[in-house]
Ligand binder design. Structure first.
Ligand SMILES: *[C@@H]1O[C@H](CO)[C@@H](O)[C@H](O)[C@H]1NC(C)=O
Ligand SMILES: *[C@@H]1O[C@H](CO)[C@@H](O)[C@H](O)[C@H]1NC(C)=O
Length: 349
C-alpha cells in the first residue's frame, strides 16, 4: 500500500508540475504574441510618418535617432556640420553644439554621466546630432542600454598639424576678428621644430588616436600602443562611418545614403560648393622636407599615421561598396541596393 500510494503521490506531483508548466508556457506565449502585435502596430505607425509616442520602444525608429559627431579640431568638421545646420530645418531634426570649457576633450566623471543621461533622455531633441570636441564616451558603461550612433572624420596627421599650427597664429576666414591663442606669433613650423618648441613637440600630434580611444588616462599617453588598439577597436565597433577630410564628398554621399532621414539632400548641397571650403586657415607655410622628416621620425607620428591609414582603408572599403565614381567626370552616385527579400512564406491568404 505504502509503495503504491507513494507512486501515486509522485504521479500527482508530476501531473501538477506538467499542468503548471503548461499554464506557464501558455501565459508566456500570449505575452509574446501581444508583444509581437504591439511591435507590428508600431512599425506600421512609424511607416506612415513621423508619429510621436507609440514608437519609443522600437530600437531602429528613425525619429529616435541620436548621432554624436565628436569632431577632431582642424579636420574639416566645420564644413560638415555646416551641412547639418543647413539641413536641420528642411529635414526636421536638431543640431546641438556641445561646448566644453577650454575645448577640453575629456570630461569629469560626473559630467560624462550628465551628458550620457541627458543625451539619452532628451526626447524633444530627437532625432538630433550632437557635435563637439569631445573624446569618445562609451554610453553602455554608464548603464544605458543603447549607444547613440557615432560618426567622425580624420585627416592625414601632418596636414592636420600644419593647419592647426597656423590656425592658432592667423585664425581663419570664418571668424577673422577672433583673437587666437598664438596671435602675433610669427614663428614658422620649420623654426618651431628647429627650436624644439612645445607647440610642435611630438605630443601635439597625438590627437586623433586619443579622440577615438576615449576618456581613459592611457588614451592620452602620447605614443601608447594600447591607445592605438583601443582607437582602432572603437572605430570599427562603435562608429557607423568615419570619413576622411581629403574625400569629404564621398563621406557626405555615404552619410546621405545610410541616414537619409537626416542627410537627405546633403550631397547636392555639398556639390553646389558653397559649403565645401567653409573655413580656411588664413596663412599656411608648407613645412620643409627636413621638418617633415623630423616630425615623422617619432613614435607618436607612426602610431597616429597607422591609425589614419587604418581609417582610410576602412573608409575606402565602404566607398567601393556604396558609391560609383564616374572615371571621366568624377561624378559620384550611390549604388543601388544589392539585396532583396524573396521566398517569403507562408503566403497571406
Ligand atoms: C563656449 O562657451 C564659452 C564660455 O561660455 C564661450 O566663451 C565660447 O565662445 C563658446 N564657444 C563657442 C564656439 O561658441
Ligand atoms: C538636457 O539638458 C538641457 C540643457 O541643460 C535641459 O534643458 C534638458 O531638460 C535636459 N534633458 C534631460 C532629459 O535631462
Amino acid at each position: 500500500m505504502v509503495s503504491v500510494r507513494g507512486v501515486w503521490g509522485v504521479g500527482v506531483c508530476f501531473t501538477t508540475l506538467l499542468t503548471i508548466l503548461y499554464l506557464h508556457l501558455a501565459a508566456e506565449l500570449s505575452t509574446l504574441r501581444s508583444a509581437l502585435q504591439q511591435t507590428g502596430t508600431a512599425i506600421s505607425l512609424s511607416a506612415t510618418g513621423p508619429s510621436s509616442t507609440a514608437t519609443s520602444s522600437l530600437d531602429l525608429d528613425p525619429e529616435q535617432f541620436v548621432i554624436i559627431y565628436n569632431r577632431v579640431p582642424k579636420t574639416g568638421s566645420t564644413s560638415l556640420i555646416g551641412l547639418a545646420y543647413d539641413l536641420c530645418a528642411i529635414n526636421a531634426f536638431n543640431v546641438i553644439h556641445v561646448n566644453t570649457s577650454k575645448n577640453s576633450p575629456t570630461l569629469s566623471l560626473s559630467d560624462q554621466m550628465k551628458f550620457v543621461y541627458n543625451v539619452s533622455n532628451w526626447d524633444e531633441k530627437k532625432p538630433g546630432i550632437y557635435h563637439g570636441h569631445v573624446a569618445y564616451i562609451d554610453f553602455v558603461r554608464f548603464g544605458v542600454s543603447r549607444q547613440p550612433v557615432y560618426i567622425n572624420m580624420v585627416r592625414a596627421p601632418l596636414d592636420r598639424l600644419v593647419s592647426y599650427y597656423y590656425f592658432l597664429r592667423y585664425g581663419d576666414d570664418l571668424r577673422p576678428n577672433l583673437i587666437r591663442k598664438r596671435q602675433g606669433n610669427k614663428m614658422t613650423l620649420d623654426e618651431c621644430v628647429l627650436r624644439k618648441h612645445v607647440d610642435c613637440s611630438p605630443s601635439v600630434l597625438w590627437i586623433q588616436v586619443p579622440f577615438f580611444c576615449g576618456q581613459h588616462a592611457e588614451c592620452w599617453v602620447p605614443g601608447s600602443d594600447w591607445a592605438l588598439q583601443q582607437a582602432k577597436h572603437n572605430l570599427v565597433h562603435q562608429y557607423l562611418v568615419v570619413g576622411v577630410t581629403e574625400e569629404m564628398e564621398q563621406f557626405v554621399a555615404l552619410l546621405e545614403a545610410a541616414l537619409p532621414r537626416l542627410f537627405h539632400g546633403a550631397l547636392h548641397l555639398y556639390q553646389q560648393g558653397s559649403k565645401s571650403h567653409l573655413r580656411k586657415t588664413v596663412k599656411k607655410v608648407m613645412p620643409s622636407e627636413d621638418t617633415i622628416a623630423r616630425l615623422q621620425n617619432t613614435k607618436v607620428w607612426r602610431l597616429e599615421n597607422e591609425f589614419y591609414n587604418f581609417a582610410l582603408d576602412h573608409f575606402h572599403f565602404l566607398v567601393r561598396k556604396g558609391l560609383i565614381e564616374d572615371p571621366n567626370t568624377g561624378q559620384i552616385t550611390v549604388r543601388e541596393s544589392a539585396f532583396n527579400y524573396e521566398k517569403i512564406k507562408p503566403k497571406k491568404g
